[in-house]
Design a protein around this ligand. Structure first.
Ligand SMILES: NC(=O)c1ccc[n+]([C@@H]2O[C@H](COP(=O)([O-])OP(=O)(O)OC[C@H]3O[C@@H](n4cnc5c(N)ncnc54)[C@H](O)[C@@H]3O)[C@@H](O)[C@H]2O)c1
Ligand SMILES: [Mg+2]
Ligand SMILES: [Zn+2]
Length: 276
């Protein structure tokens, strides 16, 4: 199957195509979705901070209008990326997730991190450039480990105080400089629940544009120790039997995939597919 959406760096001087607009409250949308004819969107009175050509959807160019503040457009509303992840079709979510990452990164790199002078977008390359010190800044991606720990029919799930009430998920954490993926996983598990794991197996990865994580998903077996939840970060952590699971994360998350995959294998059911 040919992918409907592919990223590209497009020339913003060319006319035509679709555009999305992103402001402080998320993306502009109406009954037809979040993609608008670009010439129409640019004719609205929007406070455009920057325009980025971001890719092709069904062969048509797509642009992002990154706004500097909020705006009213008659007949339209604003909606955050998480709501699009939960409600919209997967392709639209991928377009908006990429747009959000490019918009955030370009906004946060308008000035050189070394000398403080204004940067410029490099034509036809996804980079912000400082002429003063010949420095290029590329989109930021933050590798994060996420792991399902199991002990036979039991899986370890935890709650952060930030989660929706009642929901339990797998453990996750950002890689630090100097660590391998496995080092990070072992450290995060120790920090968050104070146990040791063994037989670490890589399962798959997922882009997580909140705001720029790259989730690397693993399975690990329990080795030793008693659960001791990390103060402030982990509200509760428990072993749950695969037949008695609590409310779980959204179905498009890799956290949910890791859980569903293990349960399916344990119970001999059909395996789920990891949403990209
Ligand atoms: N897709 C999924 O299924 C899924 C599930 C769980 C977590 N996540 C994501 O994984 C990421 C990591 O999870 P977490 O929040 O438990 O991380 P964590 O356990 O490392 O704790 C968060 C802390 O890390 C620090 N931090 C924030 N941004 C950082 C960065 N870019 N690099 C290094 N440290 C940083 C901050 O001190 C923050 O309070 C988050 O983006 C989270 O949204 C995704
Ligand atoms: Mg964590
Ligand atoms: Zn500079």
């Amino acid at each position: 199957m040919i992918a409907r959406w592919s990223t590209a760096v497009l020339d913003t001087d060319l006319p035509g195509g679709w555009a999305v607009a992103r402001g402080p409250e998320g993306f502009l949308y109406d009954d037809n979705g979040a993609l608008f004819p670009r010439h129409w969107l640019k004719s609205q009175d929007l406070p455009v901070l920057a325009e980025h050509g971001i890719g092709h959807l069904d062969g048509e160019p797509v642009y992002l209008l990154e706004l500097s503040g909020r705006a009213d457009v008659q007949g339209c509303g604003w909606k955050g990326l998480r709501a699009f992840m939960l409600e919209s079709d997967h392709t639209l979510y991928k377009v908006l997730g990429y747009a959000a990452q490019i918009g955030t990164w370009a906004r946060e790199h308008r000035f050189c991190g070394s000398c403080g002078k204004p940067t410029v977008q490099v034509p036809l390359e996804r980079a912000m450039y400082c002429q003063g010190c010949d420095l290029r800044a590329y989109p930021r991606i933050s590798p994060s480990m996420i792991v399902l720990i199991t002990r036979g029919d039991e899986i370890l799930l935890a709650r952060s105080p930030r989660f929706v009430t009642g929901v339990y998920s797998t453990l996750a954490g950002f890689a630090e400089p100097g660590e391998s993926a496995e080092d990070c996983l072992v450290r995060e598990v120790r920090e968050e629940v104070s146990i040791e794991v063994r037989n670490i197996q890589y399962v798959g990865s997922q882009c997580w544009p909140f705001p720029h994580s790259m989730m690397l998903g693993f399975h690990a077996e329990y080795a030793s120790g008693e659960i001791l939840p990390q103060e402030d970060e982990i509200e509760d952590a428990q072993w749950f039997n695969v037949h008695a699971l609590p409310p779980l994360p959204a179905s498009r998350s890799i956290a949910r995939y890791l859980i569903d995959l293990y349960v399916a294998r344990r119970l001999g059911h059909a395996e789920p597919v990891l949403p990209g």
